[in-house]
Ligand binder design. Sequence first.
Ligand code: DLL
Length: 432
Amino acid sequence: MIWDKEHECMDRSELYDLQLLRLQKTVSKVYDRVPYYRNLFDEKNIKPEDIKSLKDVQKLPFTTKTALRDTYPYGLFAEPVNQLVRLHASSGTTGKPTVVGYTRNDLETWSNLVARVVTQAGITGDDIVQITFGYGLFTGAFGLHYGLEKVGVAIVPASVGNTERQIMLMQDFGTTALVGTPSYCLHLAEVARKMGIDPKSLNVRLGLYGSEAWTESMRGELEKAWGALPTDNYGLSEVMGPGVAGECTAEPGMHINEDHFLAEIIDPETEEQLDYGEEGELVLTTLTKEALPIIRYRTRDITVLNPEKCSCGRTTARMRKISGRTDDMLIISGVNVYPSQIETVLIDIEGTTPHYKIIIDKKGYLDYLEVQVEVNEKLFSGNFRDLEELESNIRGRLRSVLQLNAKVRLLEPHSLERSTGKIKRVFDYRNC
Ligand code: DLL
């Protein structure tokens, strides 16, 4: 089933025409209404009329999270506050959050785009969907909520935490689909087993995971744990929230809702646009947002775009699973390391669990990498030799993948703290 065949299966040349029209409108709007953009455009000597083709987007300046912080709270808004019907804010680091707002039309668009994403993940009006994202300023829960409501599912707005109760609800209400972060949904399965319930015996047939990075190995773990088809979906609050892109069940990659977002890939260093098929940083421009249009937002997320038509019938380009962020690449002893590389090594080794922590620190002048991972119950209660062998096996694999020596610490099952939202696995103490 395709939610909006007209747009999701559009001929690509018609899509480009539509994108250009919408881009021109967006650029004019921000020039007229957002002093921040007007000043930047003036500085660069750009007028809205200069956007004559989609390629001209490259003339426009980038927007970063800093711009949202610097203009806190409403400085980038293109509509007066009395036109807003909802505000959200980014999940908190320290300091002021970044605020995002929506007009009534924005909310309608958002619901429709989320409806597309959940439909392509296999959701139908017959499903009972449990949302385990926190309801609040975070865009995850409300974003998915209204899109799912549009599709006509029965929503269980369980929100975050209270894990044993979540399992009880799943059991009693007959939940058929789970929505949440991959790390929390994996934890849910673990708690179910602790309660003596095999997660696979529950009714869950689909898992819609998003909001944080997860590897293909983690997908395997989730599928094994729930016996439910896992799909990935992507979004970010600055651009809208969930609903930017999502996987279908036919082919790999997340279909981007390109009639609403113009996607580019750039080289994060040179800031030059890259071609389809080349890996780089995803940059998004909103094409229909009213309250908070954003020009060339630097997502920091690393991916590759594929514009080929998918066998599901959709023509929208697909973005590969996010492999990391430009700002989560670690440089350890001069070597570039992505946490996802470590996750893949750990999960693919027999005897470990997907619960791990990466610690980087200094020993004297030298960088030091420690990887802590929980082992499974069987191995933990087995003999010491097996544990030693596992440890040296992990060390060897990490060395061959990262070209680095890491200290490996095997931990007792369930010893690491579990997260209910986005998980933090990397602790870099070098600059503390
Ligand atoms: O996480 C929006 C969202 C909610 C998406 C629910 C999907 C489901 P933010 O809190 O602003 O918004 O965080 C955005 O999270 O730039 C990525 O780094 C990361 N992220 C989001 N989805 C994925 C994903 C929401 N599927 C930031 N895979 C983004 C990898 C993801 N990273």
